[in-house]
Design a protein around this ligand. Structure first.
Ligand code: AMP
Ligand code: MG
Length: 467
């Protein structure tokens, strides 16, 4: 079983206000014609002390965005730039979202409440600042599946349907609208640093590094790392460790994020911002999620390289306030961190105890070969061979000597493998679109949480220390 998120009282802590003058712009939420609660995260509302909020008040805060007590007096659209498909774009920033509130979780860590679809901001350009209801439903599904698979991901906290007609090229239109609230440990992106570097705001770069080191502490760099006392270098070590772990998570989960731009990379290593994601139907490195990713830049098997490239862009931004050598040394650790994280996470998902680098590496190679040869999905593979069971040939040989961690949950005895293939996503959405039937979605979320229980306690994300 998996422990529920630790229950905690509501504890407002709007730390961002000390940076707000140059990190964001105060904005107002749109005035929506309708507010109907469609999803409330009953695992996570208790983690921030909001489990007893009556629905009317929930809508006042997460539909109309009345400030929470002692929190941000006004929402803040965050400023950032970013590389989008390797092209630098200085015209982005929170165009359909804002930072609404900050609070401490039970472990004392700082959590952000951020929105998606809450209206236009100075960064909306020509777009409407809105989110489609289907987009919100897809984000629920992606975050619940990833959370169940042990990923360090933002949580979908609330979805409120807002009663507008939206026009989108990638959905039958008009289509329904929604506003979503997500919980994540910061909304500071690599692009937040890139913007400050391009604008040559070195004092702000230093202040943002300090904020990250204070609010999201990580372990010290290795003993032999050059410049290991320099704040920007320490910070880059943290981010490299975290994002290498995230890349490993995506691979072991069989997940393709789709848009690994630098403005979608949280410096805490938390996965977030779910658009055209897919789960790979097979172990196929060339599998692409986004229909607009014509060159396969963010294909399944290229995600680690894409994320490493993003870390390099952070290093380039930090170069203004730090020597090159310590930054290069931090960046050079990505490959090794990725390898270690992959082994750790692979063993966790398969439900076996690691037998050390050599054996684990062989096991992963054999697993990949098995998936490619048999054309089964990663979800089926990990279910079928949970705890090292039911293997033949090459795979059985690689599994020799491995011990099962836990096979007691009844999920492993039943045949109903949870997955998140596109056909099922579309079927779940069709029930809502055609009949306003939310039961299939609710049942799916319950089934995913049950799979999470069967998989057991997730591994701690790399690159963090908890108080
Ligand atoms: P994304 O691809 O969702 O990470 O978004 C990239 C940029 O486009 C960010 O600055 C978003 O805020 C902005 N954006 C995306 N969709 C919209 C929209 N419907 N209205 C306003 N801005 C948007
Ligand atoms: Mg984004």
């Amino acid at each position: 079983m998996r422990a529920e998120p630790q229950a905690a009282p509501y504890r407002a802590d709007p730390q961002i206000l000390s940076l707000a003058d140059w990190l964001g712009d105060p904005v107002e939420a749109a005035d929506f014609p309708k507010q109907q609660l469609r999803f409330r995260n009953r695992r996570w509302d208790r983690a921030v002390g909001l489990q007893d909020l009556p629905e009317e008040q929930w809508l006042a805060h997460f539909g109309a965005f009345e400030p929470l007590p002692d929190n941000l007096p006004q929402p803040l659209a965050l400023r950032y730039h970013g590389h989008q498909f390797r092209v630098y774009n200085p015209d982005i920033g929170d165009g359909r979202g804002f930072l609404f509130a900050q609070m401490r979780d039970g472990a004392g860590r700082l959590l952000d409440c951020g929105t998606k679809g809450s209206g236009t901001t100075p960064y909306s350009r020509t777009a409407d600042g809105r989110l489609t209801l289907k987009g919100a439903v897809r984000e629920i599904l992606a975050t619940e599946m990833l959370e169940a698979l042990g990923a360090y991901t933002s949580k979908t906290f609330s979805v409120v349907e807002t009663g507008e007609d939206l026009w989108r090229g990638d959905e039958p239109s008009p289509t329904r609208s929604a506003v979503m609230v997500r919980l994540s440990h910061s909304h500071i992106r690599i692009g937040s640093f890139q913007r400050l570097a391009v604008l040559e705001e070195d004092d702000h770069l230093r202040a943002l590094v300090d904020y990250c080191l204070t609010q999201f502490p990580g372990p010290p760099p290795p003993e032999d790392a050059p410049g290991r006392d320099e704040p920007a270098a320490i910070f880059l070590h943290h981010v490299v460790e975290r994002l290498a772990d995230l890349a490993a998570t995506y691979m072991v989960s069989g997940f393709v994020h789709g848009v690994l731009n630098t403005d979608n990379m949280n410096i805490t290593g938390e996965s977030f911002d779910y658009g055209p994601w897919r789960w790979a139907p097979q172990w196929q490195p060339s599998f692409v999620a986004a229909y607009f990713d014509h060159n396969g830049l963010y294909a399944f098997g290229r995600q680690a390289e894409a994320i490493r490239w993003n870390c390099a862009q952070l290093a380039i931004a930090l170069r203004r306030i730090c020597d090159a050598e310590p930054l290069m040394a931090a960046l050079d650790r990505f490959g090794e961190c990725y390898k270690q994280a992959t082994m750790r996470r692979f063993c966790w998902r398969l439900g076996v105890t690691s037998r050390g680098e050599e054996a684990d590496f062989k096991l992963i190679q054999s697993a990949e070969r098995t998936m490619v040869d048999s054309k089964i999905s990663p979800d089926d593979f990990f279910f079928r061979h949970r705890g090292g069971r039911d293997a033949e040939g090459d795979l059985a040989e690689a599994l020799q000597g491995y011990e099962a961690t836990d096979l007691t949950h009844e999920y492993w005895a039943q045949g109903a493998v949870q997955s998140m293939q596109i056909d099922e996503v579309e079927t779940l959405w069709a029930a809502i679109a055609e009949r306003d039937d939310w039961a299939p979605l609710e049942n799916k979320v319950a089934a995913l949480r049950r799979m999470g229980d069967a998989l057991g306690e997730p591994l701690a994300p790399a690159g963090h220390v908890t108080a």
